[in-house]
Design a protein around this ligand. Sequence first.
Ligand SMILES: Cc1cc2nc3c(=O)[nH]c(=O)nc-3n(C[C@H](O)[C@H](O)[C@H](O)COP(=O)(O)OP(=O)(O)OC[C@H]3O[C@@H](n4cnc5c(N)ncnc54)[C@H](O)[C@@H]3O)c2cc1C
Length: 346
Amino acid sequence: MKILISGASVAGPALAWFLHRDGHEVTVVERAPALRDSGYAVDFRGPAFEVLEELGILEEVRAHATGMTGTDLLDADGAHAGALPPEIFAGELEVPKREVTRILHEHTARTVRYVFDDSIDRIEQDATGVRVGFERSAPDTYDLVVGADGIYSVVRRLVFAPHSEAIRHLGLSGAGFSTANHLGLDHRGALWQTPGRAVYVFSAADRDRMSVSLSFASDSPALDLLDRAEQERITRDRMAGAGWLLPRLLEDMSAATDFYFSSACQVHLDRWSEGRVVLVGDAGHCAAPTSGMGTSQALIGAHTLARHLAASGDHTKAFASYEQELRPYVTENQEIGREGARRFGA
Ligand SMILES: Cc1cc2nc3c(=O)[nH]c(=O)nc-3n(C[C@H](O)[C@H](O)[C@H](O)COP(=O)(O)OP(=O)(O)OC[C@H]3O[C@@H](n4cnc5c(N)ncnc54)[C@H](O)[C@@H]3O)c2cc1C
């Protein structure tokens, strides 16, 4: 089949690899002009390791392990109040996300057609195929279209539901960036918390730098769509009056070149496929960053979808059995995501 995948992060390239292996002709369209340089680390747990192995990239991914040794818990004044083992925040294996995306892309670049700096903007389907319009490229027709384009998936919005219906906010938002390693952390994290506010910092490969995440209770996914100046203003506002290292971190935030802002959100849909269009990864069933399961889920989702397509010549049956098999795993991860948001102050 001729298959179009929207999104070149984790789920998209992983699925592309399996589909090419199984004899399909695959194109991946990515809105960003090049692979995204995400600043945070992602973790792998449980059956995700089997998928990495089948993809043939487990050792290459493992070579980029952050090697975290755990997280110190700090009280409001920054005094040591306990410690968490590494698996709580770093899973069984934690790797910078940019390395995962790069490895998956390199692994597929010769066999899959990648189109950067473009996006689907129209989808029409009937029993024979899916006609797709793009912002830049000429329209084309595909046998199947897969949305692997993340929490704000355009495929989901065009075919399934508006964002406001599909996205569920978990009551937590926050800013992230990197700065000088003020705490002298060495392959270690620190978690500072007061009611409704949390700061998580860690330093791994680069001893001079630490990653910072400032989170606070909030109730609006619309914060994610504001510009940086507004997001910084709101973050500063919510962190106001906090002691410890906060005044310094808020100054560093303004100077950061890798600032990002995101809310803990989940995607809930009654079904993950519609005719010849199907969703995978965060686009279809995001469990929220607070679950620590998003990357494993994206890989397992891609593998499950490819396996059912290979087992059944009929995409309708394959999509139904993919969803039936994956839903219990997603439901469990989404519960972990809600618990995680509560732990961070939602
Ligand atoms: C701050 C933060 C921290 C996180 N921490 C962790 C963690 O510790 N552990 C963990 O497992 N997970 C974590 N996650 C979640 C994890 O990053 C995701 O669950 C995982 O990347 C999902 O992969 P995906 O391929 O489904 O979607 P994404 O990684 O979101 O990728 C979607 C891709 O689609 C592209 N795209 C978007 N719109 C379009 C369009 N219109 N057309 C074409 N392409 C488009 C995007 O540019 C992107 O490349 C975190 C997420 C965030 C935001």
